[in-house]
Design a protein around this ligand. Structure first.
Ligand code: PEP
Length: 247
């Protein structure tokens, strides 16, 4: 089980960040799950450099550039140097700020070139009765992966994050049945995009209003390999409960 904490911009000072890391470390030490924290970029290095705990760190996003005269950009290489092992790419909040499928594909390439494990976010804005959201998710996956070398595609973790379920509460998250259906669909699309039968090992996460109340029901029979947690990951008690629920 992979549990990723996306702190977004909820955490803005180092004492709070260090307290959250310590509480998460304690909860993770009682669990077999792999726990990854994605702090805001200015805090990443202070938390991740020299980290010797079982926790791993992620960049919340990386630049589409590889360096040079690019004021304000955090390149994949700089994120690695700051202690990240993973990078969230294509989060809907970055897509809303201008990341097209093409930009997401470029970022994916840079992450893989530097050895960061990409967590590729895909997900529809809404569920239409005609089922067009399925084609939308398929297209996000295809556009992100088609220019990536076959052997590298197997390194990508997919996070299914339906936009309509993000930033709400447990009762608004997707139902376990619909989630199981979508996981099957994503694995089917990955079987077409990944070499041989490697898609059987592909990891698919779910994100969107995961809270202590729904963590277990979402993961129980849906076939997901982990969760991406937003607001609840910035609350030490809630996040520790989620880790406990999934242990
Ligand atoms: C997210 O945006 O990645 C997310 C999962 O957010 P939340 O848990 O707040 O819905």
């Amino acid at each position: 089980m992979l549990i990723v904490a996306n702190w977004k911009a909820y955490v803005e000072d180092l004492p709070k960040a260090k307290g959250l890391v310590a509480a998460t470390r304690r909860a993770a030490s009682r669990s077999k799950a792999t726990v990854v924290i994605a702090p805001p970029p200015p805090l990443l290095g202070a938390l991740a450099i020299g980290n010797r705990s079982r926790l791993a760190f992620a960049a919340q996003d990386i630049s589409r550039t590889t360096g040079g005269a690019q004021t304000g950009e955090s390149t994949a290489r700089a994120c690695m140097a700051a202690g990240a092992a993973y990078a969230i790419i294509g989060h809907s909040e970055r897509r809303a700020a201008g990341d097209t499928n093409g930009i997401v594909a470029e970022k994916l390439g840079h992450a893989l070139a530097q050895g960061l494990i990409p967590i590729l976010c895909v997900g529809e804005k809404e569920r239409d009765p005609a089922g067009r959201y399925l084609a939308f998710v398929r297209e996000e996956l295809r556009a992100a992966l088609e220019d990536i070398a076959q052997k590298d595609r197997t390194k990508v973790i997919v996070a299914y994050e339906p936009i309509w379920a993000i930033g709400k509460h447990a009762k608004d998250a997707i139902g376990p049945h619909d989630l199981a259906e979508m996981v099957l669909y994503i694995k089917k699309v990955l079987a077409e995009l990944l070499p041989g039968n490697s898609s059987a090992r592909a990891q698919v996460l779910y994100g969107g209003s995961v809270e202590p109340e729904d963590a277990r029901s979402l993961t129980a029979a849906s076939g997901i390999d982990g969760v991406l947690v937003g607001h609840a990951s910035a609350d030490s008690r809630q996040f520790a409960s989620i880790i406990k629920e999934l242990s």
